[in-house]
Design a binder for this molecule. Structure first.
Ligand SMILES: [Zn+2]
Ligand SMILES: [Zn+2]
Length: 280
């Protein structure tokens, strides 16, 4: 498994590379902009050129972009929905500029609306964005923890979205282990194989492209999205051993999104060491 970390872009892409290299990342995930603001700056194309060159030189691939947190593609609020779809379109374009392979997207929450309208809105958003941006960037729907009005925490819901996306070559799934566990799926040594079999039966393993490797503070089935360091949560070391070594997914890339205090990389380093040890 190619392993990496969600790296920060807050101090420029040059620093992102520094961070990735110092951690020994083989793949990275980044935000293409601030995840908590609607506004954004245009890229400095010289900086992007250097960034792409450095990724190549350091053999870091794939590059994955996580969409910012504000958009909600399931929203029943027309204004928010339109803004969200605009961001999705913009992010597809920015991924292309950055040379990213995947754009990880949270399907959405139906909040004040209802499930049916919410899931239809997500499907409409993805199809519309693909009709507007003709490139090869693949949208990966991330499984959510299942809190409140989350859509896409059960395999059936992810399947329903994928089934209705016209361009199947541009859609896939990113599994977050913490969310999967919180949603109630089994990630134990004994049970993980069954979970994957269910994924295969409902969605098809060919759609699974990327992993977020996070341990979970939430107990199994509690539907609370709280990440923690590998081995420190309720998934535990044996759970990750099962995930990392499963023959059907052990060649997928995976990244850490475990808590980080400011720019301190010590924990990331430790988590990576643990994961690498488990693959041996
Ligand atoms: Zn996410
Ligand atoms: Zn999460």
């Amino acid at each position: 498994m190619r392993l990496g970390v969600h790296c920060s872009v807050g101090n420029g892409l040059k620093n992102t590379i520094k961070e990735a290299v110092s951690l020994g990342c083989e793949t990275i995930q980044i935000f293409s902009r601030s995840p908590r603001a609607w506004g954004r700056k245009e890229f400095d194309l010289e900086e992007v050129k250097e960034f792409k060159k450095s990724l190549k030189e350091n053999n870091i691939f794939p590059l994955v972009v996580h969409m910012l947190y504000l958009p909600n593609l399931a929203s029943a609020d027309k204004k928010l929905y339109k803004k969200s779809v605009d961001v999705l379109i913009d992010e597809l374009k920015r991924c292309k500029i950055l040379g990213a392979k995947y754009l990880v997207v949270h399907p959405g929450r139906y909040s004040t609306g209802d499930f049916e309208t919410g899931i239809r809105n997500i499907i409409k958003a993805v199809n519309f964005a693909f009709s507007r941006v003709k490139n090869e960037i693949i949208i990966l729907l991330e499984n959510l923890a299942g809190g409140k009005t989350d859509i896409g925490w059960r395999f059936e819901e992810l399947h329903r979205i994928i089934e209705n996306v016209k361009d199947k070559k541009r859609i896939g799934v990113c599994i977050d282990t913490a969310h999967l566990f919180a949603a109630g799926y089994d990630i134990s040594k004994k049970g993980f194989d069954n979970t994957l079999k269910e994924f295969d039966r409902v969605i098809g393993l060919e759609y699974l492209k990327f992993l977020h490797l996070n341990d979970s503070i939430s107990e199994r089935g509690l539907k609370v999205d709280r990440h923690t360091h590998i081995g420190k949560g309720n998934i535990g070391i044996e759970g990750f051993r099962a995930v990392l070594n499963h023959p059907k997914i052990k060649n997928l890339p995976g990244i850490l999104e475990t808590p980080r205090i400011r720019f301190n990389l010590i924990k990331d380093r430790k988590n990576l060491i643990i994961l690498r040890r488990l693959t041996r």
